[in-house]
Design a protein around this ligand. Structure first.
Ligand code: PEP
Length: 253
């Protein structure tokens, strides 16, 4: 279960949140993997607090070069240097607002892997694309672009997140069946591109208005391995409810 704080929280707020969350997740170790994707400004504080805890600290973006004249950018080695172990790549807000392309997203995912960071690669379609019947064209193209840039052995460490753009921050969640349909198809495509072992091992999350009242149904879907959560992750109590929902599904098998 992954929390994406987006552009929220000052350092003090981040520390208070983690102080609330960390004692609770101790109990879930080995059952649910928990990650918190914080803004760069509080990532060091979050990473330090998770040092000896079963929570992965992550960044929300990176640049694919390691250093140089790229004003305002942050590289994979810089993220590792902060003590973080993961990074979100190609979130739809990065693609839609900041013009990231399938090509830059793929390069970022590959660079993250090379630097030992776990990339969570986001894919998903707009409402217009879905209504026009183009959902799979869009999503499969995004997945293919990433898989062409990385090779399969490293690729085991990639996590994909299917996040339909119309469901992000709107309260309009995909139905559990739609989430399963898209994620099942992504897994099928990964099997075709990288083989059965890879497709079976890779984790694929759903993201888009997950809340404590709908998480269990979504997590219960066969191909859904977890959730990437924005709004409902901003409060430590609400995020922990989602961790518990995922844990319930793990227990039910
Ligand atoms: C997200 O930003 O990745 C996300 C899924 O947001 P929300 O849960 O608010 O829809």
């Amino acid at each position: 279960m992954a929390a994406n704080w987006k552009m929220n929280k000052l350092v003090r707020e981040a520390k208070d949140y983690m102080a609330k969350l960390l004692p609770r997740v101790d109990d879930t170790e080995g059952e649910v993997d928990v990650a918190v994707f914080a803004p760069f400004t509080c990532l060091h504080a979050v990473a330090r607090m998770t040092d000896d805890k079963p929570v992965l600290a992550g960044a929300q973006n990176l640049y694919f070069e390691d250093s140089g004249a790229y004003t305002g950018e942050v590289s994979a080695p810089m993220i590792s240097d902060l003590g973080a172990g993961a990074v979100i790549v190609g979130h739809s807000e990065r693609r839609e607002i900041f013009g990231e392309t399938d090509e830059t997203v793929a390069r970022k995912a590959a660079r993250a892997l090379d630097a030992g960071l776990l990339p969570i690669v986001c894919v998903g379609e707009t409402k217009e694309e879905r209504d026009a019947g183009d959902m799979w064209d869009k999503v499969s193209g995004q997945v293919r672009a990433v898989m062409e840039e990385i090779d399969s052995p490293r690729g085991h460490q990639v996590v994909f997140a299917y996040e339909p753009i119309w469901a992000i921050g709107t309260g309009d969640t995909a139905s559990p069946e739609d989430a399963q349909d898209a994620i099942g198809r992504i897994r099928g495509l990964l099997k075709e591109l990288a083989g059965e072992e890879f497709a079976g091992a890779v984790r694929i999350l759903y993201g888009g208005s997950i809340k404590p009242n709908n998480a269990a149904q979504i997590m219960a879907q066969e191909d859904v391995d977890g959730g990437l959560v924005g709004g409902a992750s901003l409060d430590a109590d609400s995020f922990f409810e989602l961790v518990e929902a995922a844990r319930g599904e793990v227990a039910r098998g």
